[in-house]
Design a protein around this ligand. Structure first.
Ligand SMILES: *Cc1c(COP(=O)(O)O)cnc(C)c1O
Ligand SMILES: [Zn+2]
Length: 419
């Protein structure tokens, strides 16, 4: 169908020519069952020497600086993207933490600034573009909430239909987004893992194009673009460390894949240290890195976007972490809550719990003095706090309403110590 890219199965190493609706390696998928992480996720491979040779180093730098990644994306034209600004999100440099001046460089990449307010738009935009080029008019996805609202958003802008299977317990704002963008919503009285399975069954039965994360290799390619942006925003330098919140393990694999593409193009000489940060209550990637007898715990964390039992991209994520000496850090819900508060109050960045998890990981290493002096560190903030206000409402006391009277108002201000 095209000779721009091919796929390679990460479990059996077989290569495949893309056919259109490409999901898992069929041979490996045969032995998959719902109690183990799926085998057969496909990695997208380009003709790196040809791309590097075509352009020469400088031109590629220029293209990266212009955020034009078309040579290393599995689509033919950037015109296929929904006409929304996806990615190209700010990278903020901050100088202090808890009023202490930092002796390392700290950058916050604010991906809540995507159209549907989460990092998922990077994957959804590319899936939507790919579907457009291949005339797949209906896209189905399962989601804890963000992937669903994201694909509904991108498909709306690209004049496509969407069906989203989502736990009925997902945060209300995410359910509302899915409906507002015009998707068919299927709320299920079940977990995200159950929604994922049902989505695959529906796509098998009706032929809808399936956006399920990692199951569809294009999702990983979409999620890699932040790595190119970080490199270019740091003036063509890699950071030393990137902190990533991890659930199914697709964002982290995307970040690795992005830096690995740059490595394969001869643009960088080594891949940064990636820190996989998971919630204690949903840490099945971090906890099984060296465990040949997997143990899968039921998820239990208030960070809904990273609450997953069987990580859809376990093998790729753990493979990357081991190959490039990544670091696994788990944090408690209390630490995540602190990170949400700290990001909002110190930097003006209101993140949902899953997004603040990466920052909680940085805090943990910082408190143990494990962040090297002068090192450069990027934390991915993957979603907006407005998507899940209930998660903070329980710890937040809004004062009772008062009459618009200067005495009442003064009393409230006095409590804060400002007068
Ligand atoms: C999906 C999501 C993550 C985790 O990404 P995975 O690819 O599942 O590891 C982190 N933060 C937010 C806000 C998300 O929506
Ligand atoms: Zn295979």
């Amino acid at each position: 169908m095209n000779n721009k890219f091919s796929y390679k199965c990460i479990n059996c190493n077989s290569s495949f020519i893309p056919e259109g609706k490409d999901y898992l390696c069929k041979q490996c998928a045969e032995s998959n069952n719902s109690t183990q992480p799926p085998k057969g996720v496909l990695k997208t491979i380009y003709n790196y020497p040809a791309i590097a040779g075509n352009y020469g180093g400088d031109f590629i730098f220029e293209k990266l600086a212009e955020r034009d990644f078309i040579d290393i994306l599995p689509i033919q034209s950037i015109d296929s993207f929904p006409k929304l600004r996806v990615g190209n999100t700010p990278l903020y440099k901050v100088d202090s933490l808890n009023s202490k001046v930092l002796d390392f460089l700290l950058y916050l990449k604010d991906d809540s600034q995507n159209p549907s307010s989460s990092y998922k738009d990077r994957a959804s935009a590319l899936v939507s573009a790919y579907a457009k080029e291949n005339n797949f008019n209906t896209i189905i996805a399962s989601s804890t909430g963000n992937a669903g609202s994201s694909i509904a958003c991108m498909a709306a802008a690209n004049k496509q239909n969407t069906i989203v299977v989502v736990p009925a317990k997902a945060p209300l704002a995410k359910l509302v987004q899915i409906k507002m963008y015009g998707a068919v919503i299927i709320p299920v009285k079940a977990s995200y893992d159950d929604a994922f399975r049902l989505c695959n069954e529906l796509s098998d039965k009706f032929g809808f194009y399936n956006r399920n994360t990692a199951y569809n290799p294009i999702t990983i390619e979409g999620k890699k673009t932040a790595a190119f942006e970080i490199f270019s925003q740091l003036e063509n330098k890699s950071p030393d460390n990137v902190f990533v919140p991890t659930g199914d393990g697709v964002i982290i694999s995307g970040i690795y894949k992005g830096f690995e593409d740059l490595l394969n193009l001869g643009i960088i000489t080594h891949v940064p240290t990636i820190i996989s940060v998971q919630a204690n209550g949903s840490s099945n990637i971090n906890n099984n890195l060296d465990n040949p007898k997997f143990s899968w715990n039921k998820p239990n964390t208030f960070a809904d976007s990273i609450s997953v039992e069987i990580p859809a991209n376990f093998y790729m994520a753990s493979g990357f972490i081991k190959k490039y000496n990544g670091i696994a850090v788990n944090v408690s819900d209390t630490e995540i809550r602190e990170a949400v508060n700290l990001l909002a109050k110190q930097y003006g960045l209101f993140s949902e719990p899953a997004a603040a998890t990466a920052f909680a990981g940085l805090m943990k290493l910082y408190n143990k003095n494990l962040i090297a002096k002068n090192s450069s560190n990027v934390v991915l903030l993957t979603g907006s706090g407005l998507k899940d206000i209930n998660s903070v409402l329980s710890n937040l006391k809004l004062p009772e309403a008062v009459s618009p009277n200067i005495d009442f108002a003064s009393q409230l201000i006095a409590k804060s110590g400002l007068i």
